[in-house]
Design a protein around this ligand. Structure first.
Ligand code: URA
Length: 219
């Protein structure tokens, strides 16, 4: 009720009843992520020093894209270019990922892209288990905020964390897994950096991406 109406009612001696909570606070009950949720998460990531990688990286790489995306792509960790630019998948592997997404009709900015680790490990070494443990709550929160219809894990490190599995990539491909409490469908494919080294497997990755397309058409 606006203040003019309240003044009229008060002048008439009528008690105007109002909800104590502002409408904006109702969004908390509706499970709708707010800008504040994203800002809080981003600030926490940008200031995180928990695993020690802050000592060697240039900047954290939070994630990028459409926060309401149907498709969320999850990689391993920032490399040299990502560390410099503060955005995931912008180097050669990133260009291939962008082309792979375009091949199934997705522009890069339609999807949300994030990594298991937010900071670059020195010399692009594999993430250490302790780093994964400390950093992945941020990714879990990003997934919870985006609420994608489908997750695409690119590469072994992302697939192993999201599926809590140690199976080979070959074993994890060609099936639809589920992730988390919302049982979000999840597909595994090759990491684009692997595909740059092994272009012969690009056709298999294309098959995986066609599965992504089919899944999104039916969900
Ligand atoms: N490889 C990844 O897994 N993530 C990036 O952001 C870049 C390269």
């Amino acid at each position: 009720m606006d203040s003019t109406k309240i003044n009229y009612l008060q002048a008439m001696g009528i008690q105007a009843w109002q909800l104590k909570q502002a409408v904006s606070s109702l969004s908390a009950c509706q499970d709708e992520p707010s800008d504040t949720d994203w800002q809080t998460l981003r600030t926490t990531v940008m200031h995180c020093t928990a695993c020690g990688l802050d000592k060697t990286r240039t900047q954290p790489v939070f994630g990028v894209g459409n926060i309401n995306a149907d498709l969320m792509v999850i990689g391993e960790a920032p490399g040299f270019n990502e560390d410099q630019q503060g955005e995931p998948f912008v180097g050669r592997a990133g260009q291939l990922l962008t082309a792979m997404l375009q091949a199934i009709g997705f522009e890069r900015d339609c999807v949300y892209i994030a990594n298991i680790l937010k900071c670059r490990p020195p010399n692009n070494r594999d993430p250490l288990p302790a780093e994964v443990d400390l950093c992945t709550p941020f990714l879990e929160k990003q997934i919870a905020l985006v609420q994608p219809k489908l997750l695409l894990a690119v590469g072994r490190i992302a697939a192993h964390f999201l599926l809590n599995s140690k199976a080979s990539l070959g074993q994890l491909r060609n099936q639809v897994h589920v992730y988390g409490r919302h049982q979000t469908p999840l597909i595994v494919t090759y990491h684009p950096a692997y595909l740059l080294r092994n272009p012969v497997d690009k056709s298999k990755a294309f098959q995986d991406l066609q599965s992504v397309c089919r899944m999104l058409q039916t969900t």
